[in-house]
Design a binder for this molecule. Structure first.
Ligand code: NAD
Ligand code: MLT
Length: 319
């Protein structure tokens, strides 16, 4: 792999990324919010590209990236990068899984508590001059069942924190054994066992064919009436159309969403869900904390520098 001399940072990552890359002798250019055409013109000049989730590194972009050897994602999910096209061109794709897990976990927990107590709705009503104590009376979390789908880095941390509220935690993850799940006090169950017992369901899986529309109309009909749904993972794991129907007919008692099929939302259907009175929404803020952004920025810069120091082959073999 050729050395990484010129890097384009095309999404807003913490300044420490740029400083570190420069201190490692790398020439860095920051250009945010480029259109596809602008990025296609810009990319041929670079060996490396650093992105968050806004830049879509598609086959079309990669085709123009004649000297690109590495794409670094300052974050977890690499679904904005065409991995197949990158592999075909010998472009290495790096990410920083774990650097923002605590932040995503903490947002999930705060959304669960907001769903129980209608905090955003009560706040908005009061700011609007309404003292709506009766309308926004809530429910306790103690004794309720939280189902966690995906027991990886974030899912298991959510479990540990919500147990301190007295919630019973159950979960499903095809890659996590029942013994492993029990080690963090999650009872491993099948999805069919989970649907009728969960008071809250939170998803923490990647968006892959097996998880697309994992929560859909049929599933929502099998759930407890008034089940509350949380998604701080990826838009598309929950069918937005089916969720809106279930919010309207009462099968779903509330939804808290940080991620959406369209980001930023454009269609009327997206806005209908976002504006639903029982939906609590945030604009993909899971990883948006000072601590997480510094961690992922530093991690990705250090990886680029170590690629230059030891070469990709040695680096990938863990030297
Ligand atoms: P992870 O890889 O550590 O865990 C994901 C888990 O999902 C794995 O254990 C995997 O076995 C499991 N899984 C896969 N298919 C499944 C299925 N069909 N059913 C149930 N479980 C399944 O990932 P993570 O770091 O915990 O991240 C989880 C999700 O959160 C990812 O989609 C990631 O992109 C997203 N994320 C979002 C934000 C945000 O800003 N909102 C921040 C960080 C991560
Ligand atoms: C991620 O996958 O890391 C998140 O989507 C956070 C982000 O970088 O916005």
């Amino acid at each position: 792999m050729p050395s990484v001399k010129k890097v384009l940072v095309s999404d807003a990552v913490d300044e420490q990324c740029v400083q570190l890359l420069k201190s490692g002798g790398i020439d860095v250019t920051c250009k945010f919010g480029l259109s596809v055409e602008e990025l296609k013109k810009e990319i041929p000049a670079y060996d490396g590209l650093v992105v968050r989730s806004d830049t879509k590194v598609t086959e079309e972009i990669l085709t123009c990236a004649s000297r690109l050897s590495v794409v670094g994602r300052a974050g977890t999910g690499v679904d904005n990068i065409d991995l197949k096209a990158a592999t075909k061109r010998g472009v290495l794709v790096l990410n920083t899984p774990g650097g923002n897990s605590t932040s995503a976990c903490e947002l999930t927990c705060s959304l669960i508590t907001c769903l129980a107590r209608h905090v955003p709705q009560g706040c908005a009503a009061l700011k609007d001059g309404k003292w709506a104590r009766k309308q926004y009376s809530g429910t306790e979390l103690e004794g309720k069942t939280l189902a966690i789908l995906g027991l990886g880095r974030i899912g298991r941390e959510v479990a540990k924190r919500m147990q301190s509220f007295g919630m019973k935690t159950v979960g499903f993850d095809p890659m996590v054994s029942a013994e492993d799940a029990l080690s963090f006090n999650v009872q491993s169950l099948s999805l069919e066992e989970i649907w009728p017992i969960a008071d809250y369901i939170t998803v923490h899986t990647p968006l892959i064919p097996q998880t697309r529309n994992l929560i859909n109309n049929a599933v929502l009909s099998k759930c407890k009436k008034g089940v509350k749904i949380v998604n701080v993972a990826r838009g598309g794991i929950i069918s937005e159309e089916d969720l809106l129907t279930a919010l309207n007919d009462g099968r779903c008692g509330g939804a808290a969403l940080d991620v959406f099929c369209e980001e930023p939302p454009k269609s009327e259907a997206s806005w209908n869900l976002i504006k639903h009175p029982k939906a609590i929404v945030t604009p993909h803020l899971g990883a948006s904390t000072k601590e997480a952004q510094v961690r992922v920025a530093v991690e990705i810069a250090e990886m680029f520098i170590s690629l230059n120091e030891v070469g990709a082959g040695a680096w990938l073999n863990g030297v």
